[in-house]
Write a protein that binds this ligand. Structure first.
Ligand code: SF4
Length: 487
């Protein structure tokens, strides 16, 4: 099953998670910014979720609707195409990032435009659309405030919902003052780092782009198969401007973003805002169906993107990752994400969902360290509004990583040696009894119930973690003492 191709898009980092995390952990400012931001969003989310008495039933409904979509995906996608086409839109099918970029570039070129305004979209980040358009001489202007900060700072997003979460107000002010004038209206003189002043600077800068752009590019939060309606939810109104002002609208959407009916949409419009921004409803919910003469864009294109999603669907234990509605609740509760930030994950999808989605989209060999970027504490599963069991999926993907490595020869290093030694000891009762007795010697190394360092060849194991001191009596010894060895 084809996965997302190499050399295009933003699903693979330049280095593995452990190395990238080490760099991130050395930045105390980053940890302060992340700690403050995630604590704030967590508290807001917890309070609005607690207001909904049937939250668990809503979660179950969201999961069931998405599972139904995944089970009937081909049929529902064809239905969506028929409905969009019947209402004046055009549907394009993109096997991967390269195809999607080529389609969008061709569509923009056909309008004669050399710039587009963009609504925040994970799908276009995933395929590296901005880079592809730039290579074709087309400027893509991000209009979401956080995306604008990332773009002007020549940076990469580090959070699904708040891509500039790693920046604080002072840094944003500096970016605006330095960069805005190079690509449009400069930041006002005397700009302070007050949120209101920064937002006003962005508003003034973007206003000209909104009024002059003839083409907009968006993603989609949902698409309703039985009516052909697309939905974008957002907080700033920039999306509404992009979706209504230009003559041409091009939407790039992952094939899993479907819901079968309008009634199903209602479930997600309750789950998403509470889980993402901690709001009861989104300030802006834009819905459009094909083209309406004299109202809004007169040309509408929908690009349906696979890019590894069919390969993900093919794994019965991994496919639930396609339920994800990109709310980012799992990021905000993850102790690993809170300390490393999003860049360490390498992919545009960071945090727990990134650790299960990116390796499946690219194939596990290309993101082999991500399934290990977790303590398996389970906070992500509890927070997820569509009940994705991320910890179980992480263990499954670790298994796939190991199998993929073994397919290229025996596992290298201390881990393989330890596993072989364990298999040898456990496969024979006498050997196992002897091993348990020898393990008691480990008590000599312990202090306060922990062993901080073991001798070679297992030294590396304790370099980053302690071992518990073995108990004075094993379960087997206890059983023999209590029951005389009777079963
Ligand atoms: S996995 Fe769940 S919690 Fe995480 S972003 Fe997706 S829907 Fe939200």
């Amino acid at each position: 099953m084809p996965t997302a191709p190499r050399g295009v898009g933003n699903l693979r980092g330049e280095e593995g998670f452990p190395a990238a995390a080490r760099t991130a952990l050395a930045d105390p400012q980053l940890r302060r910014n992340l700690g403050h931001a995630t604590r704030t969003i967590r508290a807001k989310r917890a309070s609005v979720v607690a207001e909904v008495p049937d939250w668990q039933e809503l979660r179950a409904a969201g999961a069931a609707i998405k599972d139904d979509v995944l089970a009937r995906l081909p049929e529902l996608l064809v239905q969506l195409e028929e409905q969009v086409t019947a209402r004046g839109g055009t549907v394009h099918w993109a096997r991967d990032a390269a195809e999607a970029n080529a389609i969008v570039t061709r569509l923009v070129q056909a309008t004669g435009a050399d710039e587009v305004v963009k609504v925040k979209s994970m799908a276009t980040q995933e395929i590296g659309l901005n880079e592809a358009l730039e290579a074709a001489g087309i400027a893509a202007w991000e209009t979401d405030l956080a995306e604008l900060i990332v773009q002007l700072g020549h940076d990469k997003p580090s959070h699904i919902l708040v891509p500039a979460i790693h920046r604080n107000r002072a840094e944003i002010r500096e970016i605006f003052l330095r960069e805005m004038g190079k690509v449009g209206r400069p930041a006002p003189e005397g700009l302070t780092d007050e949120p209101r002043a920064l937002a006003e600077a962005a508003r003034l800068h973007l206003r000209r782009k909104f009024l002059s752009a003839r083409v907009a590019v968006s993603g989609a939060n949902f698409a309703v198969a039985d009516s052909g309606t697309l939905a974008v939810v957002e907080s700033e109104g920039n999306g509404r401007m992009c979706l209504t002002l230009p003559q041409t609208l091009i939407t790039v959407m992952g094939i899993e973003k479907l819901v079968p009916t309008w009634q199903d949409l209602e479930v997600f419009l309750q789950l998403l805002p509470r889980s993402s921004t901690g709001e009861r409803m989104n300030p802006y919910t834009s819905l459009w169906t094909g083209v309406t003469p004299g109202d809004g864009p007169q040309e509408f294109h929908l690009v349906l993107l696979d890019n590894g999603r069919t390969a993900t669907l093919a794994d019965p234990e991994g496919r639930a990752a396609l339920r994800c509605i990109r709310c980012s609740a799992c990021l905000n509760v993850c102790p690993v994400y809170e300390r490393t930030g999003g860049h360490a994950y390498g992919s545009v999808y960071p945090g727990p969902i990134g650790a299960v989605l990116s390796p499946q989209l690219t194939g596990v060999e290309d993101n082999a360290t991500l399934p290990y970027a977790s303590t398996l504490c389970g906070a992500c599963f509890d927070a997820c509004p569509v009940a994705i069991d991320i910890p179980t999926m992480l263990v499954h993907l670790r298994n796939r990583v190991t199998e993929a490595k073994e397919a290229h020869g025996p596992l290298p290093g201390a881990e393989a040696t330890a596993m072989r030694a364990a298999a040898f000891a456990m496969s024979d009762r006498r050997r196992w009894t002897l091993a348990l007795r020898s393990a008691k010697l480990g008590r000599l190394l312990g202090r306060d119930g922990r062993i901080a360092a073991v001798p070679p060849p297992l030294t590396r194991w304790t370099r980053t973690r302690d071992l518990p001191v073995p108990p004075p009596e094993s379960f087997r010894d206890w059983w023999v003492r209590e029951h005389g060895g009777r079963s």
